[in-house]
Design a protein around this ligand. Structure first.
Ligand code: FE2
Ligand code: FE2
Length: 220
């Protein structure tokens, strides 16, 4: 996989550069920015009318997925800003660009479902940024291990969504399916870049934190 921006990937970054990258990540995850223009997997599918209950269910699930992608922006920004190995940084930037397309797809589908992103997205972003920074600070192997575990948990979560989304909501299902494929590939790439397996208590803690985020984002 080619880095998103090869010259950026091999540059040396000082503290100021890293802070600028953090702000850039925040704007991309939360603020106004031009859309990525990456076609959504939902594009070829018809937007069929759904019952009010199904529409509410789909909206809650896609709001959770949108928040997950906001967190992905924070994690990937923090981890790439603090990565020491240029190959790790390049990998994070390339995968981060795909996460940005996921964010657009989820936002677009939420709008189609006449719903809104989680009002707590800035909080989720800040929390995820702090966690990504902490893992990146202890080393690229820990950072890749965290990424691998995160993506594995996301793949399992998206599998649950594929089972629970209304059958008629083919547009949301197409988005979730493509995101699941991409996240599985990100996990494999993290392993190839030296991911250190995380201890069980840490994996359980991540699962618990994700469960809280999912429960809250589905409602608020
Ligand atoms: Fe994603
Ligand atoms: Fe991912």
């Amino acid at each position: 996989m080619k880095p998103a921006n090869p010259s950026r990937a091999t540059r040396h970054y000082g503290l100021f550069d890293r802070l600028i990258m953090a702000v850039d990540g925040a704007v991309k995850g939360l603020g106004e920015r031009p859309p990525t223009g990456v076609p959504s997997p939902a594009d070829p599918l018809p937007d069929v009318p759904m019952s009010e209950a199904d529409q509410r269910l789909s909206a809650a699930m896609m709001r959770v997925n949108h928040t997950g992608e906001v967190c992905a922006q924070a994690l990937y920004s923090a981890q790439s800003a603090w990565a020491t190995d240029p190959a790790v940084r390049a990998m994070l930037e390339t995968a981060g660009a795909e996460e940005l397309a996921h964010l657009d797809w989820c936002a677009g589908r939420l709008a189609e479902l006449h719903s809104h992103p989680s009002r707590l997205d800035p909080c989720w972003f800040a929390g995820a940024y702090a966690i990504g920074t902490a893992f990146a600070a202890v080393g690229d192997d820990w950072s890749m291990g965290f990424l691998d575990e995160t993506e594995r948990q996301v793949v399992a979560h998206l599998d649950d969504h594929l089972g629970a989304l209304p059958r008629t909501d083919r547009r949301s299902r197409a988005i979730v399916l493509q995101m699941q494929r991409d996240e599985a590939r990100h996990s494999v790439t993290a392993v190839r870049h030296g991911a250190r397996p995380l201890p069980l208590p840490l994996r359980l803690l991540m699962k618990g934190q994700a469960a809280v985020m999912k429960a809250v984002a589905a409602r608020i």
